[in-house]
Write a protein that binds this ligand. Structure first.
Ligand code: ATP
Ligand code: MG
Length: 246
């Protein structure tokens, strides 16, 4: 099945205006809106509650199983601060909202966030964590950064996205297929073996790239990788990227 309307992912640091933009976009386009933090709770996609981080941890597999069916149809807006879990073949535009630090600080403070949570989010905004994740996960051509400081910004952003949708439709008169390509299905069938092979290949490539790579460093990086796998996404704060964190 081809989708004849695009899927738009609206992302950015908590408080930058994802939900506000997404609601206005929904009014303009009459698309389905998936505010993931809310949907995860409604549909029971919460894996656990992280007491330390004071946030719910979303079960990404369950979420993706649900979203895949919806995204294949097209015409969806996704509102979430996590942008790197959706398959590229199902996403047509990634809007990364950014907000000046002092404005973001005031918005988070107004929500009653604790100081460490505010600081964490401001740091993530300064380091452009979510933008980096978006660039690593999708073709740069579909990643758009838009400022979200004022109401005027929001109006203009929503208008721009509306125009982009019109152009997308002109450029894709036959729509776009979101079906899994054969390679993807095969690698899923291979399961863990396939993943292991991929890891081995990656390791080989790394070794080729770095001539002076000694064993101690290798040990360290393996430990880091294990730690990274254990980390989960947060609902309302954006810690340094899993990929960036070293
Ligand atoms: N461009 C903007 N101009 C003025 N106010 C804004 C703008 N964007 C967001 N706000 C305000 O900032 C607050 C946070 O916005 P919003 O809830 O849309 O952020 P969010 O990115 O969805 O946050 P979260 O990730 O926590 O869900 C709201 O009070 C909203 O009205
Ligand atoms: Mg929101």
């Amino acid at each position: 099945m081809n989708r004849d309307s695009p899927n738009i992912l609206v992302t950015g640091t908590p408080g930058c205006g994802k939900s506000s933009h997404s609601k206005k976009l929904k009014e303009l386009l009459s698309y389905e809106l998936y505010s993931i933090s809310e949907i995860a709770k409604e549909k029971g996609f919460i894996e656990k509650y992280d007491e330390v981080l004071d946030t719910s941890v979303v079960d990404e597999d369950k979420l993706l199983d649900f979203m895949e069916v919806e995204l294949v149809k097209g015409g969806n807006i996704i509102d979430w601060h996590v942008c790197d879990i959706f398959p590229e073949r199902l996403i047509d535009l990634v809007v990364v909202l950014t907000t000046d630090n002092s404005i973001l600080y005031d918005r988070l403070k107004a929500r009653g966030y604790k100081k460490n949570k505010i600081d964490e989010n401001i740091d993530a905004e300064i380091m452009q964590v979510i933008l980096q994740e978006a660039k690593e996960s999708y073709e740069e051509g579909i990643v758009v950064v838009l400022e979200s400081n004022t109401e005027e910004d929001m109006e203009s952003n929503v208008g721009r996205i509306g125009e982009w949708v019109e152009n997308w439709k002109k450029d894709h008169p036959e729509g776009v297929s979101g079906e899994k390509v054969e390679k993807e299905v095969e690698s899923e069938d291979e399961g863990e073996e396939g993943e292991e092979e991929e890891e081995e290949e990656e390791e080989e490539e790394e070794e080729d790239d770095e001539e002076d790579y000694d064993e101690d460093e290798e040990q360290e990086s393996e430990e880091d990788e294990e730690e990274e796998v254990e980390e989960s996404d947060e609902e309302d704060s954006a810690p340094p990227s899993k990929k960036q964190k070293k």
